[in-house]
Design a protein around this ligand. Structure first.
Ligand SMILES: Cc1cc2nc3c(=O)[nH]c(=O)nc-3n(C[C@H](O)[C@H](O)[C@H](O)COP(=O)(O)O)c2cc1C
Length: 168
């Protein structure tokens, strides 16, 4: 498997902590961290495997740092590149938009031809609707530090093991 790039905001508290868990589970020598707030298109051109952190903000939207990069992202050719997306959300506070940002980002990546991995069964969460859900699956890994923080470590470990099988 070639080196994986993980992209998250270095200025968040919760997403940063979870991203560090992902890095630890992956093995630091196999993964390179990039700050989502200083992202350039070279990062996507020069690498093949990516893990993106997309917490949901503003009632079902991407955080500002992703929103600002979306116009550039939409123009990219991401064929033969593999992406997995995780995202923090709050299923009790925002049950109608739970982890929507995962779904928004995955839809954009798919429109650029990217291969999406790290899909998991939509079980063990309580919410009304989510753009991250398709049928009985989530298109990435939703995490909820507000209501299910105790499950995060186990969810991350399991997901990273899945990614190691699914990424080339
Ligand atoms: C103003 C605001 C809006 C939010 N909107 C949503 C939402 O629509 N859906 C959701 O699942 N979580 C929502 N959340 C919860 C955040 O995604 C959650 O707190 C997450 O842990 C934030 O991660 P971060 O601080 O690392 O960016 C919102 C939080 C705030 C403060």
């Amino acid at each position: 498997m070639s080196k994986t790039v993980i992209i998250y905001s270095f200025h968040t508290q919760k997403s940063k902590k979870v991203a560090e868990k992902v890095i630890e589970a992956f093995g630091t020598e196999n993964i390179q961290a990039v700050n989502a707030e200083e992202l350039t298109s070279d990062v996507f051109e020069e690498n093949d495997n990516f893990i993106l952190s997309a917490p949901t903000w503003f009632d079902g939207e991407l955080p500002n740092y992703w929103d600002e990069f979306v116009p550039e992202l939409e123009e990219m050719d991401l064929k033969n590149k593999t992406f997995a997306v995780f995202g923090l959300g709050d299923q009790k506070g925002y049950p109608e938009n739970y982890c929507d940002a995962i779904g928004i980002l995955v839809e954009i990546l798919e429109s650029c031809g990217a291969n999406i991995v790290g899909k998991i069964p939509a079980e063990g969460y309580t919410f009304e609707s989510s753009r991250a859900q398709r049928g009985n699956m989530f298109v990435g890994l939703p995490l909820d530090q507000e209501n299910q923080g105790k499950l995060t470590a186990e969810r991350v470990t399991k997901w990273v093991a899945q990614l190691k099988n699914e990424m080339k």
